[in-house]
Design a protein around this ligand. Structure first.
Ligand code: FE
Ligand code: FE
Ligand code: ZN
Length: 292
C-alpha cells in the first residue's frame, strides 16, 4: 500500500488534531511534523485528550498512524561536542514526547562537525546516541537522515551512516530516512534507483529504511546544496520520483513530501499527492496553482 503525506503543523492548542486535519485536507494517509518550532526549544505539554480525538479523526479518514513520524529540530547537533549535553537532553525529551503521542519514529539529521573533521564528528554522534538510548528505554526508533553534504554535514554517504550505526549499542532502535533531494545533492544517481538501492543494501541494509523524504532538487547531482524543489520542477524530475515512490521493495515505507510552498504561501501538497496517485504530472501545474 502507498503511504503518502507531507510535513504538517502541530500546534499548542490542537496538537495532533491540527496535524490530522491538515493531512486530510491534502488527501494524505500519513504525515510528519515537528513537535514545536524546529529552530527553538519551546514545547508544550502533550494533552492526551487531544491525541485521542486526533486518533479518532485518523481512523475515520484512513490515516495510518503507525506510519506517522516526527522530525527532530535542527538545533540538535550531536556532532558538536560543545553542544552535546543539550542535544542529548533535548533528543531524550523528543523521544519521550513521541512515546506519549504514540509515534513510532523520529527523523534526525546526524549533525555537522563544524570543522572538527568527519571522524571526530561521527565519534561524537555515537556518544550522543548511546547516551540518549541509556536515558530512554522506550521503543521509538531514531531514523538518521541521508544528508546533502552541505557545509560540514555528516551523513552524506551511506558509509558514514553505517559507521554511526556500528558504534551504537541499541542497533534495533536505529534506522534510516532516505531523502531524494539530499541523495542527489550528495552525489548519488537517483535516476538509476535500482543500483542506488543495491549499493544502500550492501552498505547498510535495505530493511533499515524507515521513511523516505520525497523532494525534487534545485541543484545538479553532487552540488552539496540541499535546496528542495516541487515535483517535476527540479533536476530529479517527476518520472524518476514516481519510480522511487512505487518501488516494489519500498512499498510499505511512508513517503513524506518536503517540497517548498509556492510563492511562500500555498502548500503544494494536495496537488503533488494527487499527481503521485495518478502517476501523471500536469504540465505547468505550479503556474496555474494560485488561480485554482
Ligand atoms: Fe530532514
Ligand atoms: Fe528530508
Ligand atoms: Zn533538505
Amino acid at each position: 500500500m502507498l503511504y503518502l503525506g507531507s510535513h504538517v503543523s502541530f500546534d499548542k492548542k490542537e496538537q495532533l488534531i491540527r496535524s490530522t486535519k491538515e493531512a486530510l485536507a491534502y488527501g494524505a494517509n500519513t504525515f510528519m511534523f515537528y513537535t514545536g518550532a524546529p529552530q527553538n526549544t519551546n514545547r508544550s505539554k502533550i494533552e492526551d485528550g487531544l491525541t485521542l480525538e486526533a486518533l479518532k479523526l485518523m481512523k475515520e479518514g484512513n490515516v495510518a498512524f503507525d506510519k506517522v513520524g516526527v522530525h527532530a529540530p535542527y538545533i540538535i547537533n550531536l556532532a558538536n561536542a560543545d553542544n552535546l549535553d543539550f542535544g542529548i537532553r533535548f533528543l531524550t525529551e523528543e523521544l519521550e514526547r513521541c512515546e506519549e503521542l504514540g509515534i513510532r519514529y523520529l527523523v534526525l539529521h546526524p549533525g555537522s562537525h563544524v570543522g572538527r573533521g568527519v571522524e571526530e564528528g561521527i565519534a561524537t554522534i555515537i556518544r550522543g546516541l548511546n547516551a540518549v538510548f541509556l536515558n530512554n528505554h522506550g521503543n521509538v526508533k531514531i531514523l538518521l537522515e541521508t544528508m546533502a553534504g552541505k557545509g560540514t554535514e555528516i551523513g552524506r554517504t551511506f558509509e558514514e551512516l553505517r559507521q554511526i550505526m556500528d558504534g551504537v549499542e541499541e542497533k534495533n532502535r536505529l534506522g534510516i530516512c532516505i531523502d531524494t533531494c539530499h541523495m542527489n545533492d550528495a552525489g548519488y544517481n537517483v535516476h538509476d534507483f535500482d543500483s542506488l538501492l543495491k549499493e544502500f543494501d550492501q552498505v547498510i541494509g535495505i530493511e533499515k529504511i524507515g521513511c523516505i523524504h520525497i523532494n525534487d532538487s534545485k541543484n545538479d547531482i553532487g552540488a552539496h546544496k540541499d535546496r528542495h524543489e516541487n515535483l517535476g520542477y527540479g533536476t530529479i524530475g517527476f518520472d524518476s520520483l514516481i519510480k522511487i515512490i512505487y518501488h516494489p521493495l519500498l512499498e510499505d515505507i511512508p513517503k513524506i513530501l518536503e517540497t517548498p510552498f509556492i510563492n511562500r504561501e500555498f502548500a503544494p501538497y494536495k496537488k503533488e499527492i494527487e499527481m503521485i496517485r495518478s502517476k501523471k504530472m500536469e504540465d505547468n501545474w505550479r503556474e496555474t496553482f494560485a488561480e485554482e
